[in-house]
Design a protein around this ligand. Structure first.
Ligand SMILES: Cc1cc2nc3c(=O)[nH]c(=O)nc-3n(C[C@H](O)[C@H](O)[C@H](O)COP(=O)(O)OP(=O)(O)OC[C@H]3O[C@@H](n4cnc5c(N)ncnc54)[C@H](O)[C@@H]3O)c2cc1C
Length: 469
């Protein structure tokens, strides 16, 4: 593997390519606002965007600890797709029809992000090529077929199932025995989207303060070292960093995800790989991977490396950890397993980020009407589109609470107001997550060696113990 020149860390490749935008001023002192948003990622910025568009005279302040897009929103795999964490549980809790409405809202959200980005003149390399998920073992193929049927049962249109030969006509993934493709997905450049969004929000008249860590959130107050913002509504939009906030250590577990990106690959290699549709690409492994063909013809590929650091350490926004050599190597191995022709490609960058995982793996959006505190997150790795749906829902919840409108289709969705129990204290939390991911990796290895289509029993038990099912 050629990693001598690999940049490791430094936020992400997306920022290495784009450059970090000029910093915005920190909060100058105590102030007031109608709405104070903590966190300048997709959730916080989309929320500011839709609120300000709906009620232009609202005084909205965004407080960001580092810079807008510092978190997962500037580091992710660029899959804008219609998956939402917890849908199956919401179907069990609220009925199938409610979960279908949630799914349809997610399907629409993909188009909404594409539309809003175009309206704001944000060029985020968006390519609406859908999502392709491949199976490379008999057990993965069985899960893929189940997944395909379940998505159709949740009202998805346009999804197709493909055999090995047909899959290869689209993308030649070594060992692929089948795939499923949905049109409800697009590839994008994460940092271009989030920096463009921050600019759009400011242009609308929202106040954005960077380098302003919020040290405490309480009803009507967001406290920082530079002063306090008093506002009737204070929204926590800190996703994977939530555990770093006082009182929230066990609310959402900060799970790591790591990525590598190759150098731009030559035409001759792409001729062999196909992938002309620029679908986002994933698989059906338990420790799954995700990839995209970038606008400048690189492969960016990610997966869980070291999934979790003791004591939720990854939730500290001051943390700029490098990606461990073993993780970079594991991701490179995966790249070569999928695309043997890319074995000699230089790896230009490796980086990691954190995402938020609730104890029951269900994404949620909430406004507590008695306190004016709101939050959204727990997207478990599917936040690029979900954050936009959450933002429009927070807008509707605030408008409803302030008497400007009644309930809407969005406020009636089953993920609104959902609560999940807290994570176990350490060392159980650390032991649990590491055991879980060891189990998933072992299950993937056993399935790869097996000839049967059954999902490995270790993975099934791990799902049950984790509370994922
Ligand atoms: C490597 C990686 C790959 C991923 N790939 C995908 C993908 O391809 N598709 C997909 O759908 N999802 C993906 N995700 C998940 C997705 O990126 C996130 O769910 C989404 O970006 C969350 O957005 P957010 O605004 O809620 O949180 P973030 O983008 O994490 O933003 C939170 C912000 O809050 C700030 N903050 C934290 N604490 C404080 C504080 N105390 N005071 C002030 N500010 C604070 C942080 O600095 C940060 O900027 C991935 C995540 C990672 C890490």
């Amino acid at each position: 593997m050629s990693t001598v020149s690999t940049v490791n860390g430094g936020i992400s490749f997306w920022y290495a390519q784009e450059g970090i935008p000029a910093p915005r001023e920190p909060l100058p002192g105590d102030t007031t606002a109608d709405v104070c948003i903590v966190g300048g990622g997709y959730t916080g910025l989309w929320t500011a965007y839709y609120l300000k568009k709906a009620v232009p005279f609202l005084n909205i302040t965004v407080l960001e600890a580092r810079f807008c897009g510092y978190g997962a929103s500037g580091r992710n795999g660029g899959w804008l797709y219609n998956g939402i964490a917890g849908r199956d549980r919401y179907a069990r809790l609220h009925g199938h029809d409610a979960a279908v409405r949630l799914q349809q809202a997610m399907n629409d959200t993909v188009g909404e992000v594409v539309r809003a980005a175009a309206e704001e003149g944000i060029d985020a390399d968006i390519h609406h090529g859908g999502v392709l998920e491949v199976a490379r073992t008999p057990a993965q193929l069985a899960r893929l077929r189940d997944h395909h049927s379940v998505e159709i049962a949740f009202g998805e249109t346009g999804r197709v199932l493909r055999g090995a030969r047909e899959t290869a006509e689209h993308v030649r993934v070594a060992g692929a025995v089948g795939s499923t493709w949905t049109p409800h997905g697009a590839r994008l450049h994460p940092a271009k989207l989030v920096t463009g969004l921050a600019r759009a929000v400011e242009a609308l008249g929202v106040t954005v303060h960077e380098s302003t860590p919020v040290t405490g959130i309480r009803p009507k107050h967001a406290v920082t070292p530079y002063g306090t913002v008093r506002a009737p509504y204070v929204l926590r939009c800190t996703e994977g960093y939530t555990a770093g906030l006082k009182g929230h250590r066990r609310t959402w577990l900060p799970l790591n995800s790591s990525m590598i990106v190759t150098e731009p690959l030559p035409r001759s290699l792409w001729d062999g790989l196909g992938w002309e549709g620029r679908e986002t690409l994933g698989d059906m492994a338990h420790a799954y991977m995700y990839a995209q063909r970038t606008a400048d013809d690189r492969i960016a590929l990610g997966g869980r490396g070291v999934p979790y650091r003791y004591g939720s350490a990854a939730a500290r926004v001051t943390d700029t950890a490098r990606t461990g050599a073993a993780t970079v190597e594991a991701l490179h191995d995966l790249l070569v397993q999928f695309f043997p022709g890319a074995a000699g490609a230089r790896i230009d960058h490796a980086w990691s980020g954190v995402l938020g995982v609730p104890r029951d793996w269900c994404a949620t959006v909430t406004l507590d009407r008695s306190t004016g505190l709101g939050w959204a997150g727990g997207y478990v790795g599917s936040g690029v589109a979900t954050a936009n749906l959450a933002a429009r829902t927070l807008r509707d919840l605030i408008q409803q609470d302030s008497g400007q409108s009644g309930p809407t289709e969005l406020t009636a969705l089953p993920w609104v107001g959902h609560t999940s129990r807290r994570w176990e204290p350490e060392p159980l939390r650390w032991l649990g997550v590491h055991t879980l991911y060891r189990a998933y990796r072992a299950a993937d290895r056993r399935e790869a060696a097996a000839t049967t289509a059954a999902t490995d029993r270790i993975a099934r038990s791990a799902d049950r113990i984790a509370g994922r099912g």
